[in-house]
Design a protein around this ligand. Structure first.
Ligand code: AKB
Length: 328
């Protein structure tokens, strides 16, 4: 493991922050380079080897690969579904140019492994919504989904054409307490926990009956590392694997939280994100990932809720509380 040098792109995002920590634990701090468009907080600089990188700058990406003798790249920088709809051209440019830059630099420099996160957003309204199979009709309707589907196709192309070992997962909504998500349609499922812990009521931008596939962060990190560490012969899907852990609606997560905070209340005022959610699966069939490389999640809604509340209760949420008061 020590001979690997890993570059994370988008290292300070919701998944990047925790994946950086996990990779440091496996490979050692000096072998993990955390890059992002900017250093989001000075404290982060103390915990990582940081390099500034805009993923649209292919030259700088190549220079960093040479400088740190990088052997693996985790490409996590992307504009998510809801933000993407606010500025579709920018989302397309960043998501597509970023992915192509990573794949091209990886090919040119002989990188051993690349990780590309895809999403349930690759599915669309013509897709079977319940237990969505691994291989099915796609037809995404958001610019984020279109760019992720195109990214998946490019990953498979680079594998078939150049033998580049690219691996990918279609993440559902990811719930975590360390770093907030930004710009997604599933983000409500993080915010609702923060509101409950600071004893505020929650206004949800989706209807109470909207089921979406979700996963707790420890499972998302485990899935990512299990896939990246699997023997190449077991990685039979080279576009992207379906993975799932649970599926719930805003009403169900509210009820799960009310077991801890009986007076917690949620109201529902759907906005433009409802249409995005309605075009996505309600649950995912991840049996191919389970068969190929042994995927198995650990958390369900109840165990995740207990863990989220325990951890958020220990955190200093003064700033969050102030912001919540300002908007309520
Ligand atoms: C989003 O809501 O855009 C993301 C995703 C499902 O990929 N969390």
């Amino acid at each position: 493991m020590q001979n690997e040098n890993i570059l994370l792109i988008g290292a300070f995002g919701q998944i990047g922050t925790e994946l950086t920590e996990a990779l440091q634990g496996i490979y050692g701090e000096s072998h993990v380079i955390a890059s992002d468009i900017r250093l989001s907080s000075p404290e982060k600089a103390e915990r990582v080897r940081f390099e500034q990188l805009n993923v649209m700058d292919a030259q700088r990406l190549g220079e960093l690969v040479d400088k740190h003798k990088i052997t693996q790249i985790y490409h996590l920088a992307a504009v998510l579904s809801a933000s993407g709809e606010q500025d579709p051209m920018f989302a397309w440019q960043l998501n597509m140019e970023g992915t192509i830059n990573v794949l091209e630099v990886a090919r040119e420099k002989g990188i051993k492994k690349v990780y590309f996160p895809s999403s349930i957003a690759v599915f669309g309204k013509d897709t079977p919504r319940e237990n969505t199979p691994q291989h099915t009709v796609m037809n995404p309707s958001t610019v984020y989904g279109i760019s992720k589907l195109a990214g998946e196709r490019w990953c498979e192309y680079y594998f078939n054409r150049y033998g580049l070992d690219v691996r990918s997962l279609r993440y559902p909504g990811i719930i975590s307490y360390k770093t907030p998500p930004g710009g997604g349609t599933t983000d409500y499922a993080v915010d609702i926990y923060y509101k409950a812990v600071v004893r505020k009521n929650f206004e949800c931008f989706l209807k109470e009956s909207t089921y979406l596939p979700m996963m707790y962060m420890p499972d998302a990190i485990k899935a990512t590392l299990d896939l990246m560490h699997a023997d190449a012969s077991k990685v039979k899907v080279r576009n992207s694997y379906n993975v799932s852990a649970m599926s719930f609606s805003p009403r169900e997560v509210t009820k799960a939280i009310q077991k801890h905070y009986p007076s917690f209340k949620a109201s529902f005022r759907p906005d433009f994100r409802q249409k995005i959610a309605d075009s996505w699966p309600t649950s995912i069939d991840d049996s191919v990932a389970r068969e190929d490389w042994g995927w198995k999640p650990e958390y369900n809604l109840e165990s995740m809720t207990t863990d989220m509340i325990q951890n958020l209760s220990k955190m200093d949420l003064t700033q969050y509380k102030k912001e919540a008061s300002a908007v309520v």
